[in-house]
Design a protein around this ligand. Structure first.
Ligand code: BGC
Length: 558
């Protein structure tokens, strides 16, 4: 076997760069203000030029859109706003032809309340087969008028809703970790397991390359559904709790692993499992379970050299233990964009929405945030393993903080009693063109104005447009394109090891195989370039002899 065969045998996802497409906001082919599958298809050339390996599409299934598709009414079809199954097949075919793999989002923790199973459960009696697919329980207190336990929903409000029974009386309660329109399945029910196996096969048979598993650590609840004694959603999220990271959840993934393994072409699955510490998160990527888990420790890091060094080391050590590759991510559709986080010193994190209100936005130095986000990107893309880029990250888009309240649509906004604006600020439709026509090119060939897209685009949106950046060789977009090209060509990048090199305080410097060096300056002083190296790429132009603050450089040993 020669070296080429070894590379060929390594699953593609081990070091893939996967681009997250928030379908509703990427590109709108029919001009109704909502992104769609045909829109994505028309932008395949952009994705090819960017140089990514795969796309992850957020849910495009039929859905009442209470949580913008994370409330699925039918797992085996396409929402008419987004297109048809034929449109999906065409997108898949064209993506594959262009060398881009396609990962789709699967939402197994809960369905929409409009799913036929939940409708049947509402119409059936307590104790019925239909109710057994969800988590229906009798209430506590006189007449069962208190919820079965004290859990709160992640988006605010109680995690239980009481139903009216056939006799018109108030009856049982059902569990929903998110909104009442997102009832949780009972994953101890064999029928639920079989159903989802069928859903996986439906899409695998069509040719998808993998799945992103929503709320992957939440599907199994402690059977006693015990009180947690503290009702804050924050605790629900961050501490070991009876609804998160239960041992039995791993049985599901062992089964899914077997299903994926039946198909050719290294089909993969990535878990959205907000689990700490890194050693617990790594249990989801044991060799007989899933392929990757999003590295939320990395996403949650603030702009600080020591913190990044610690997180990089602990992440790599944890996945090394189980023989899985590391993966890295700074942004997704749930968190405040890294441009703002890095400028304001915020931590990332689920319910990143809360962060919208942290820090004083009037103090936001957007250019500082963009500079740091670009440096962060070169750090991320130089690390071993896979990486995720969220649409617009390649444009170094800031968070949109000035969406008019009347336009906010995230359920967090309503469920928080209008105290938390939610996640809309990172979901505004992309600015493709500096010209405001057709909602900055989002809805090409349409009459749409920037305020008519499903979330209005701010009047400063065109400053960050893709067409402007494409013709500016110093832009974020061109930096990403160059970085992905180098990453593709350089034998030392992607899967492999890193070794830290000695560096000044507030500087990270590491080496990869083949003499590749990445240096990131988090400090306030310029640092000199290491001797006998030449610069391959820098996150901001190098004007002096050294590396300025908030800058990353890629170097090659001479
Ligand atoms: C998704 C969110 C969604 C939630 C409920 C999350 O992890 O990323 O966007 O609101 O799951 O499905």
């Amino acid at each position: 076997m020669n070296g080429f065969d070894v590379l060929k045998d390594s699953p593609w996802w081990r070091d893939a760069v996967i681009y997250q497409i928030y379908v509703r906001s990427f590109a709108d082919a029919n001009g109704d203000g909502i992104g769609d599958l045909s829109g994505i298809r028309s932008r395949i050339p952009y994705l090819v030029e960017l140089g990514i390996d795969a796309v992850w599409l957020t849910p495009f299934y039929p859905s009442p859109q209470i949580d913008h598709g994370y409330d699925v009414a039918d797992y085996c079809d396409v929402e008419s706003e987004y297109g048809t199954l034929d449109d999906f097949d065409s997108l898949l075919k064209d993506s594959h032809q262009a060398g881009i793999k396609v990962i789709i989002d699967i939402v197994p923790n809960h369905s929409s309340d409009k799913h036929e199973w939940f409708q049947a459960a509402l119409n059936a009696a307590p104790g019925s087969v239909q109710r057994g697919r969800y988590l229906f329980r009798d209430g506590k207190g006189d007449n069962g008028n208190l919820p079965p336990n004290d859990w709160q929903g992640l988006f605010g409000g109680p995690a239980w809703t009481r139903v009216t029974e056939a006799d018109g009386q108030k009856g049982q309660w059902y569990l929903h970790l998110f909104t009442p329109e997102q009832p949780d399945f009972d994953w101890r029910n064999i029928e639920v397991r079989e159903y989802f196996e069928g859903v996986l096969r439906f899409w695998l048979d069509r040719g998808v390359d993998g799945f992103r598993i929503d709320v992957a650590h939440g599907m199994i609840k402690d059977p006693a559904l015990p009180d947690i004694g503290d009702n804050t959603a924050e605790l629900l999220e961050y501490r070991a709790q009876p609804m998160w990271d239960q041992e039995e959840v791993h049985e599901i993934y062992r089964q899914w692993h077997r299903v994926l393994a039946e198909y050719p072409g290294d089909r993969m699955a990535v878990a959205e499992a907000w689990v700490q510490p890194a050693s617990r998160a790594a249990r989801y990527v044991r060799s007989d379970e899933l392929s990757q888990n999003f590295n939320f420790d990395f996403l949650c890091s603030t702009w600080n050299a020591d913190e990044f060094r610690r997180v990089i080391n602990s992440s790599i050590a944890a996945v090394d233990e189980v023989g899985a590759p590391a993966s890295w991510v700074f942004n997704n559709h749930d968190v405040v964009r890294s441009v703002d986080r890095f400028a304001l010193g915020l931590i990332g994190g689920r319910g990143g929405s809360r962060l919208n209100r942290q820090g004083d936005p009037s103090e936001l130095d957007v250019e500082l945030g963009r500079k740091r986000a670009r440096a962060g990107a070169l750090l991320m893309l130089a690390l071993p393993g896979g990486a995720y880029i969220y649409q617009g990250e390649e444009l170094a888009l800031p968070e949109v903080r000035d969406i008019p309240e009347s336009a906010l649509s995230d359920p967090i906004w309503t469920r928080s009693g209008h105290t938390d604006p939610g996640r809309d600020g990172c979901r505004v439709p992309l600015p493709w063109t500096a010209s405001p026509a057709a909602a900055h090119g989002f809805a090409e060939d349409s009459q749409l104005s920037p305020t008519e897209s499903w979330l209005p685009q701010p009047n400063w949106w065109g400053d960050f447009a893709a067409d402007l950046q494409a013709s500016d060789e110093t832009s974020a977009l061109n930096m990403y394109r160059n970085a992905l090209q180098i990453r593709h060509d350089h034998p030392g990048l992607g899967d492999g090891k890193i070794s830290w090199l000695p560096s000044a305080d507030q500087v990270l410097m590491f080496e990869r195989a083949g003499g590749f060096i990445c240096l990131v300056n988090f400090g306030s002083e310029e640092v000199s370039l290491p001797e006998s190296t030449s610069v391959i790429l820098s996150s901001t132009p190098l004007v002096g002899s050294g590396v300025p603050m908030d800058t990353a450089v890629w170097l090659q040993r001479e």
